[in-house]
Design a binder for this molecule. Structure first.
Ligand SMILES: [Zn+2]
Length: 164
């Protein structure tokens, strides 16, 4: 690839290592003309198949914009959203397929979003699981409550908060 500084058409790899999660290779390159260094990333391409049958490259930004809408007015930070989008991408890449259905991307969002904010989760689930009645919401809320109660029963609640 071109040097991003001087557009020289060639560059030399000076270092090459896998990212921590092993899903990409980061290469440090040096331009033989201007001697400046830059980094490139190499990752397997991941294609999303939309309901219409058209495909597009997986985009973390697209996941973010959908989740951000569901989180409007909720106490969720941009940093938390960025972590969530990364978790979603890792979950999908770990599955090891080069193509994924758009619906499955939505499904991969549900578990980490539920950890983050239950209201945002319900909003998002209502779109991705196509809730079409109050009963659908009620069933999802009942399930959230049941699981929350089960978790609470399994973890003893401390008698008093530790002093600060
Ligand atoms: Zn250069």
């Amino acid at each position: 690839m071109h040097c991003p500084f001087c557009r020289h058409p060639d560059s030399r790899v000076v270092d090459s290592r896998a990212t921590d999660d092993g899903t990409a290779i980061r290469r440090r390159r040096q331009c033989p003309q201007c001697q400046r260094r830059f980094t490139t990333m190499e990752a397997a391409s991941l294609t999303v198949v939309k309901r219409s049958g058209t495909t597009e490259p997986f985009s973390r930004e697209k996941v973010l914009s959908g989740v951000r809408k569901a989180c409007q007015g909720r106490p969720v930070t941009e940093d938390q959203l960025a972590v969530l989008a990364q978790q979603v991408e890792e979950a999908i890449r770990t599955a090891g397929t080069a193509e994924v259905e758009a619906h499955d991307v939505g499904v991969a969002v549900l578990a980490p979003l539920r950890e983050l904010d239950e209201v945002a989760y319900l909003r998002f689930a209502s779109v991705y699981q196509a809730f079409d009645s109050l009963e659908d919401f009620q069933a999802a809320i009942t399930q959230l409550r049941a699981e929350r109660d089960a978790a609470a029963a399994g973890e003893p609640v401390p008698a008093a908060a530790a002093p600060l």
